[in-house]
Design a binder for this molecule. Structure first.
Ligand SMILES: Nc1ncnc2c1ncn2[C@@H]1O[C@H](COP(=O)(O)OP(=O)(O)OP(=O)(O)O)[C@@H](O)[C@H]1O
Ligand SMILES: [Mg+2]
Length: 357
């Protein structure tokens, strides 16, 4: 879906905002604290059904107000669609799709796949492996929605096996769940590997284009290098005693890692702040490229505060690239940081929680 309009009430600093969004690149400018990030967050909330900045929904409700509401509408295959979320301090969230109350927004495939670059998201690069696995699993689901089930089935088998371990079960009693874990584990590893394969070369290319000079690379590192289900089950059996001692399953893709490197060293450990930012940006854009080329969906790309660390040449390269990948919103404190580019179809100025131009 191409988003055409955003409207929000009592969302963060915005009492009321009604905006039309450009089809290609929209720039949001304003001083520090003016409300640029809040505007991107509102758009994300409307498209995804949650915040990209906090797990506490109520934080997004304007101070001293009981309810916030965000609405997004646009066109997909010539048809108009609308998404809305109401956030109530007391009652939680209510979702609407095309005017009808729904349980969540996930199921609506006309929604735009939404990607967000924000400084807070650096945790994805710097933090523990679990966040990168979860992100990769979401990317798998965005590329191949039907494969979402492999991840769920694996998590279910893992929970069951861990529960048995905690009760001190014998290998014979664990047999069924060992097989389930192995079957779904192999499927999950295959999905994750295929997803990484779709972005490998774009990640390297975009990374170099944006200024990661030392041959950036991405790969999937598995602790469970196995041939087939039987081999997987064997490995589980061999670890049975130590798993019982620890109380959890130590073999399987829930321990795997997405390794991002520059100059053959892990960016997570050795990268500078700037290199980590560029790595994150390259990863997200490479994913958008895969989504654009492998699905019929066009991503909505929200880039917060990305210009300040790039030089003028790279800023222009970035806009060149992103406008081919999807619909883009980009924030900047300094208007001069935004290149003069033909793909920019709208510039929005914000001040003190209101759109002023
Ligand atoms: N729930 C809320 N209700 C009202 N105002 C809020 C709420 N949450 C945050 N704010 C206000 O929003 C403002 C910050 O807005 P935002 O983060 O969008 O700024 P920004 O334009 O992105 O600034 P910067 O350039 O520094 O990133 C702060 O003044 C903050 O007090
Ligand atoms: Mg901001």
């Amino acid at each position: 879906m191409i988003v055409q309009q955003l409207s929000a009430r009592n969302f963060r600093g915005y009492e009321r905002v009604e905006l039309s969004i450009g089809e290609r690149v929209t720039v949001v400018t304003g001083d520090n604290g003016a409300g640029k990030t809040n505007l991107l967050e509102a758009l994300f909330f409307g498209c995804v059904g949650r915040s990209c900045r906090t797990r506490v929904d109520a934080q997004t409700i304007r101070f001293d107000q009981p309810v916030a509401r965000v609405e997004v509408n646009g066109l997909e295959q010539m048809e108009r669609h609308e998404l809305a979320v109401a956030i109530d301090r007391q009652e939680g969230k209510t979702y609407f799709a095309d005017g009808a109350k729904v349980d969540g927004l996930e199921a609506f495939e006309w929604r735009p796949p939404t990607t967000v670059f924000m400084p807070d998201r650096l945790e994805l690069i710097k933090g523990a492996p679990g966040a990168r696995r979860a992100h990769l699993d979401q990317f798998v689901a965005a590329l191949w929605p039907a494969r979402r089930q492999n991840r769920r089935s694996y998590a279910e088998a893992l929970a069951q096996r861990n529960a048995l371990l905690a009760r001190g079960a014998t290998p014979a009693q664990m047999d069924t769940w060992d097989h389930e874990l192995a079957r779904h584990g192999l499927a999950l590893i295959a999905d994750r590997r295929s997803a990484i394969e779709t972005i490998e070369s774009a990640f390297e290319m975009i990374g170099e284009e944006l200024g990661l000079v030392g041959s950036p690379d991405i790969r999937y590192r598995t602790v469970s290098e196995v041939e087939d289900v039987e081999d997987f089950v064997d490995q589980l059996r061999q670890r049975h005693d130590s798993d019982i001692n620890r109380g959890f399953t130590t073999f399987g893709p829930h321990r795997d890692e997405v390794v991002l490197r520059n100059e053959a060293r892990e960016v997570r450990t050795y990268g500078s702040q700037g290199q980590q930012r560029l790595t994150l940006l390259s990863l997200l854009l490479a994913e958008c490229e895969a989504i654009t080329s492998l699905t019929s969906r066009r991503p909505l790309i929200l880039l917060d505060d990305v210009m300040s660390e790039l030089d003028a040449t790279r800023r222009a390269l970035l806009v060149d690239r992103v406008c081919t990948l999807g619909q883009v919103l980009v924030t900047a404190t300094e208007v001069e940081h935004v290149p003069d580019h033909s793909a920019i179809d709208r510039v929005i100025a914000v001040k003190d929680g209101a759109v002023v131009g």
